[in-house]
Design a protein around this ligand. Structure first.
Ligand code: CP3
Length: 365
């Protein structure tokens, strides 16, 4: 085995046998066959794990994201416990925005809360551009993690401009995104200035993670499903495209995910994604038809199914694996994040089942 664990081999186009670039996860993202269907879970690092709750009992959320030794430990916890095919960096979508100068906090049970929401052009100027020095704790954590993870790929991530804008304009989580949409429809110039700035911050933040060695990136546009396709294309797609297409030369697969995006799947692929994340509402064969043959899919077990008896979970996992075969590449995941009340042992069983069912299929060739 080689000691190069940085994943850089992937970027010069020569995947190293056994390294992250040759892992089942990266192979599926690249629509190449592999030994089994890879699986990881959005929010796998978090409150479903007692070992996570123990660490977080005495450390506030944002502080835990800024301490490389804690980021490393929390990121590794689900890999050790479940044997997932990829780690996702422990962080939050508001971390780069805070680094860019916006005063905010992550309130337990609520989510991100912004002290002074964005309402005018002068507010956009408060969002500074960031570089590596502004997020040196992320750079350091990623470098530590790629060494610790060896052949297991590390996924970096960021929030997409629309979802970030929603938190910044609303001041906190919102069900209707009413203030965000009022600004978008009422002052398109300000809207585009805001999303343009957020796209720059996001692109810089993802580049820091890629330079430090992540093997893939995911852009979370969790709330994009609040928009019609026409409005998505007009107000959001150009900005998400500048992030994803801006990474076209970076040599790592790009995953683009949102919730309630059945009508947006084609457009989200067009933004420059190698993999499109699908929530539980759209079967993967239908999703593949909408996305086309040039991109892999990721998903899409309803996270609440994990709260049901095992036979129900098993039937759903098997259905999703079967429907995922219609796609040119399939990364098994949930349709959204792990719920805190999920029994972690069920997650471990799902990983084993996905591997068992899909490797038997691979054997039969
Ligand atoms: O997936 C992972 O395991 C990596 C960690 C991760 C977190 N947030 C940690 C976190 C990731 C990928 C995110 C992204 C994120 N953050 C998104 C996009 C994904 C999604 O779920 O749609 C969004 C919208 C946020 C904003 C945010 N941060 C919310 C809505 C919350 C939950 C608030 C709550 O307490 O219910 C957070 C806090 C947060 N981010 C937690 C974790 C583990 C919980 C904080 C805690 O442990 O108290």
């Amino acid at each position: 085995m080689t000691t190069d664990t940085t994943g850089t081999a992937a970027r010069d186009g020569h995947p190293r046998p056994g390294g992250p670039a040759d892992s089942p996860f990266i192979r599926a993202c690249r629509r190449r066959p592999g030994p089994h269907t890879p699986v990881w879970f959005m929010r796998q690092a978090g409150r479903s794990l007692p070992e996570y709750r123990e660490i977080r009992a005495s450390v506030p959320m944002l502080e835990s994201c800024r301490r490389p030794e804690l980021v490393t430990e929390i990121t590794l916890q689900p890999v050790r416990r479940h044997g997932v095919d990829a780690a996702i960096l422990f962080s939050d979508i508001v971390v780069p925005v805070a680094a860019a100068g916006i005063d905010l906090d992550i309130v337990p049970g609520t989510g991100p809360v912004v002290a002074e929401p964005i309402r005018a052009a002068a507010d956009v100027e408060r969002i500074r551009l960031i570089g590596r020095d502004d997020v040196s704790y992320v750079d350091e954590a990623v470098r530590q993690l790629v060494v610790e993870l060896g052949d297991t790929p590390l996924i970096g991530f960021a929030g997409a401009p629309f979802t970030l804008a929603s938190y910044l304009v609303e001041g906190g989580p919102s069900r209707t995104h009413a203030k965000t949409k009022a600004l978008m429809y009422g002052d398109p110039e300000l809207w585009h200035a805001l999303c343009g700035r957020l796209a720059e911050v996001t692109l810089a933040f993802l580049r820091v993670q890629i330079e430090a060695g992540v093997s893939a990136v995911q852009l979370f546009d969790s709330w994009a499903g609040a928009l019609s396709e026409a409005d998505y294309r007009r107000y959001v797609l150009p900005h998400s495209t500048s992030v994803l297409s801006g990474l076209a030369d970076a040599g790592v697969p790009r995953i683009h995910f949102g919730v309630g995006t059945a009508e947006l799947l084609g457009a989200m692929g067009e933004a420059g994604a190698d993999v499109v994340g699908v929530d539980w509402r759209t079967p993967l064969d239908v999703a593949t038809h909408r996305i086309g043959p040039d991109r892999a899919v990721q998903g899409n077990l309803d996270p609440t199914v994990l709260l049901a008896p095992w036979p129900v979970v098993e039937a759903e996992v098997r259905r999703i694996l079967a429907q995922g075969q219609a796609a040119p590449g399939h990364v098994f995941n949930l349709g959204h994040g792990v719920l805190p009340e999920t029994d972690p042992d069920v997650l471990t069983r799902v990983v084993a089942l996905v591997h068992e069912v899909s490797s038997r299929r691979a054997d039969q060739g």
